[in-house]
Write a new protein. Structure first.
Length: 280
């Protein structure tokens, strides 16, 4: 990723940080089953030394900290200093002295080689300008035999809410219809076989991907869109080109489109995730 694009990405997540952190428990509940699967596939247990890449506000970092216990160690990294400061505050509030944070580009982690037992990256790798470069860095950080697991969204047809949000936002902004697999986008690593190939190219062995159904359950579609408004940086980036009235029209169209997923007990948006594991 070139420096200009990295600067834009950093600024986006700096702005989205408060909203992402405020919804941490909601996001954690949505991803709970997938996160437990990710940590298990990475072989994380008591005493593990873990690198959490693109950690965001650190909701999953806290889960890792509980899992490794006081004899373990967790280093949380992120490109955004603002969101990572929130992760540090959350760790301190929880009393986790074995958690540290470090502002770092995922494609240049600035960690000692072969210094971790496990590496995880939850919903971050797809935003990398060069995910293979990021995976090579994660491979370098692992001790021989160490394990990795990443979580990304699968292909567009299994993530219709994301597809609808992106297509409606770009239509209102006057942008061309998005290619869902555009590098750095939400669904960029969802093409079948792509992430496995990148893991293998980075030097990992025993590579395997598991699909995980992860529906997002909310009281209403409006509650879901309130979450997206405050914490979904890619959507914010598109809609920032519109005036207030234009943004209101876009959100209204999104609400109408996603109302299709209303249920008798609330709203349930389909999502499918890919957990990809490997070993150095």
């Amino acid at each position: 990723m070139n420096e200009s694009l990295k600067g834009t990405t950093r600024a986006q997540w700096d702005r989205a940080a408060p909203g992402w952190n405020a919804h941490g428990s909601l996001i954690g509940a949505w991803l709970a089953r997938a996160t437990e699967g990710m940590l298990g596939m990475a072989g994380i247990g008591p005493g593990s030394q873990v690198l959490d890449v693109a950690a965001g506000a650190g909701e999953q970092t806290m889960t890792i900290a509980r899992r490794v216990g006081p004899t373990g160690r967790v280093l949380a990294t992120d490109l955004s200093p603002v969101i990572l400061a929130l992760a540090e505050d959350n760790a301190q509030s929880a009393g986790w002295a074995h958690v540290r944070t470090q502002v770092a580009d995922g494609e240049d982690l600035q960690v000692e080689p072969a210094s971790f037992d496990a590496v995880v990256c939850r919903l971050g790798l797809m935003f990398f300008g060069d995910p293979l470069c990021g995976l090579i860095e994660m491979h370098r950080a692992l001790r021989p035999g160490g394990r990795i697991c990443t979580m990304v969204f699968s292909q567009p047809e299994h993530n219709p809410c994301i597809t609808a949000l992106m297509s409606i936002a770009t239509k209102h902004a006057g942008f061309p219809a998005p290619d869902p697999y555009t590098q750095g986008g939400l669904l960029s690593l969802g093409r079948p076989g792509l992430i496995d190939a990148q893991f293998s190219a980075a030097g990992f062995r025993d590579v395997a991907t598991t699909r995980v159904d992860a529906p997002f359950r909310m009281p209403s579609v409006r509650a879901y869109l309130d979450l997206v408004r405050t914490s979904a940086s890619p959507i914010q980036q598109i809609l920032c080109h519109l005036d207030e009235a234009g943004r209101a029209r876009a959100w209204a169209d999104m609400e109408e489109a996603l109302s299709h997923y209303a249920t008798p007990w609330g709203w349930e948006g389909p999502n499918e995730l890919l957990l990809t594991a490997g070993r150095r």
